[in-house]
Write a protein that binds this ligand. Structure first.
Ligand SMILES: Nc1ncnc2c1ncn2[C@@H]1O[C@H](COP(=O)(O)OP(=O)(O)OP(=O)(O)O)[C@@H](O)[C@H]1O
Length: 590
């Protein structure tokens, strides 16, 4: 036998397991390092002479996915760290790694549930799962060995189990999750949130029986309600018909609230903002749908109706516990806000299980993609100064309107960011996702909405219209610098805290580097760009009272003049004119 083929330090199964991992990682560094037959030469792998006991692959930019059963053969493993990579997919199953003492998967992109196999690791001392995308509840960890524990910055939900181990860590271990409740965090759990001790089989059996009895009761109730509502609907329809006949006989116009009333009485019907139903819920359900993303408040789909029309459907989640009437009232307030620079709501839907918003589909996508998409490629369409100024103006006008509206909430938008500015078929900028603070649960708003990242919220837990002004300042800085704002995509590794970055640039006098290079081709625009930058800096002032209000912002943006490109001697490098200065308009032609 050839000497080189003698495996030293680990078993053949272990070596093959590591090679399989390496294949999934697509990491050239490991490809070079993990080759020999002696464990001692393998980067990040620790062997005790015959078995693998440690695997530490930190900060290596690994981007692959790991099979859930990938570590089954590493049965002697006591330390595992994949800290600070970009590994995605479900967390692995550790049921065969019973000697594991330290596990660090922090700062990756793991999603799905925290593996329940971890609760059986009786030697586990340290568990670091922070800064991932894990969902669902925290399993019932009660091993006394566990001394370090961190699940912060994930999307975990539900009550924190009441075990001595989990209760011994402070709230920092649980910070920044979608919705964790109960001690040690300060959010109280609602009556519906209950977590069961999985070891209490008797209790589970009693609970299961109760659940079955409840389900039978609910089914019965549902049948009763359906019969009741059908009857009620028939009576209502007859009454409305009668009312219409009387009004017609009298020669009166039929009031529009007859239709509204009818919709209100009809459980599970789409309510259209502007009068007559254009399609039914059934049409949406049978339409072919493409997912556009999983936003902070639900999934967004583009649905193609049978007649070829596209509409946007948002399936809302994490709402306040609103009754049907409260939800409908709030939606009516949102629907009543009409401005040429606000993305209009077409309709909405409420049932116990489903809350939907229907919007017009904006064919030109969002401002984030317009600003950052295709950079460094030939597909990039230059986004010039005049067009950016027009967007700044359009957004300011929409925000001014929201702020002047008498029915506006404490923070009328709450979540102004570049992905919430849409571009319509006329290249006009429209602000979307306004008014949601009124319906989204406070815990989620606090974690996800831009206004709650403002200095005043961090210091005094207060937001106001001026928090929207701060968000606007950040958005304008994103427009001027062409850098990804941390408020737009916090997890993007290019993302920058633009307020601090611009302040530093101004303080250290490297102002020339502030502006997006794409803007610098038009030298005569510098004066206007500096004016807009000064305005953005004021909007981002730490003290809300020093920020201008939105009306003042509109006036200042309007005072900035766009130089006439034709009269300039300078070179405009843009070949594709489709998104240059003249093509963007502040007001859509409808
Ligand atoms: N009416 C629309 N027309 C076209 N694209 C839209 C429309 N509404 C939303 N989108 C796009 O769909 C994607 C998902 O939107 P969604 O609002 O769910 O999440 P988001 O904007 O990324 O974050 P957030 O939940 O904080 O608003 C985004 O790229 C958004 O720009």
């Amino acid at each position: 036998q050839d000497d080189a083929e003698i495996i030293i330090g680990f078993t053949e199964d272990e070596r093959n397991t590591l090679l399989a991992l390496k294949t999934g990682f697509h990491n050239t560094f490991l490809d070079e390092q993990w080759q020999s037959f002696n464990c001692i030469n393998w980067y990040g792998v620790t062997c005790n002479g015959s078995r693998v006991i440690g695997l530490t692959l930190e900060n290596l930019d690994i981007t692959g996915e790991i099979n859930v059963d990938a570590l089954f053969n590493l049965t002697a493993l006591s330390v595992l760290s994949f800290r600070n990579n970009s590994i995605f997919g479900q967390v692995m199953d550790f049921s065969k790694n019973i000697g594991l003492e330290r596990l660090d998967l922090s700062r990756n992109k793991f999603d799905g549930l925290i593996s329940p196999s971890l609760v059986n690791l009786v030697l586990l001392e340290s568990l670091q799962l922070q800064e991932n995308r894990m969902t669902g509840p925290i399993p019932w960890f009660d091993q006394s060995s566990l001394k370090e524990f961190n699940v912060s910055n994930n999307n975990l939900t539900g009550p924190i189990p009441n075990t001595r181990t989990l209760q011994s860590f402070n709230s920092l271990s649980y910070d920044h999750n979608l919705f964790l409740c109960g001690p040690p965090v300060s959010i109280t759990c609602g009556p519906a949130s209950q977590v069961n001790d999985p070891r209490s089989s008797k209790k589970s059996w009693v609970d299961a029986t109760l659940i079955i009895v409840n389900i039978i009761g609910l089914v019965f109730l549902a049948i009763l309600l359906t019969v009741f509502y059908k009857k009620k609907k028939q009576v209502n329809e007859k009454m409305i018909e009668k009312k219409k006949v009387i009004l017609e006989e009298k020669g009166d116009e039929i009031p529009s609230n007859v239709i509204d009333h009818q919709a209100k009485e009809d459980l599970g019907k789409l309510v259209f903002v502007d009068g007559e139903p254009e399609f039914e819920l059934g049409d949406l359900m049978t339409a072919s749908a493409e997912s556009l993303g999983d936003g902070n408040f639900g999934k967004t789909y583009r649905a193609k109706l049978d007649d070829g029309r596209n509409v946007i459907v948002k399936r809302l989640r994490d709402l306040k516990p609103l009754s049907r009437d409260e939800f409908m009232n709030q939606l009516r307030v949102i629907a009543d806000q009409k401005h040429p620079n606000l993305a209009p709501l077409l309709g909405y839907f409420y049932s116990n299980d489903e809350k939907l918003l229907v919007h017009k589909f904006m064919i030109n996508g969002n401002l984030f993609n317009l600003l950052h998409g295709g950079r460094g490629t030939r597909d990039r369409i230059p986004f010039r100064w005049g067009a950016r100024l027009t967007v700044a103006h359009a957004v300011a006008r929409a925000m001014e309107y929201l702020h002047m509206n008498p029915s506006s909430t404490l923070v009328p938008h709450g979540n102004l960011r570049s992905s919430n500015v849409l571009i319509d078929e006329n290249k006009c900028a429209l602000v979307s996702d306004y008014g949601l603070t009124a319906i989204i649960s406070n815990a989620v708003s606090v974690h996800r909405m831009v206004a709650f990242k403002s200095p005043e919220y961090l210091i005094s837990k207060k937001v106001s219209k001026k928090s929207d002004v701060w968000s606007y300042g950040n958005l304008v800085m994103e427009l001027l610098t062409g850098r990804v704002s941390i408020l737009s995509v916090p997890q993007d590794n290019r993302a920058v805290d633009l307020c601090s970055w611009v302040h530093r640039a101004v303080r250290e006098e490297w102002t020339a580097e502030i502006f997006d290079l794409e803007l610098m081709v038009q030298r005569s625009a510098i004066h206007g760009m500096l004016k807009l930058l000064q305005l953005a800096v004021r909007c981002c002032d730490k003290a809300p009272e020093n920020r201008p209000d939105m009306s003042e912002v509109v006036r200042e943006v309007e005072s900035i003049k766009v130089p006439n490109v034709d009269s300039e001697s300078e070179e405009d490098l843009s070949l594709d004119r489709s998104l240059t200065d003249d093509s963007m308009s502040a007001t859509p032609s409808r």
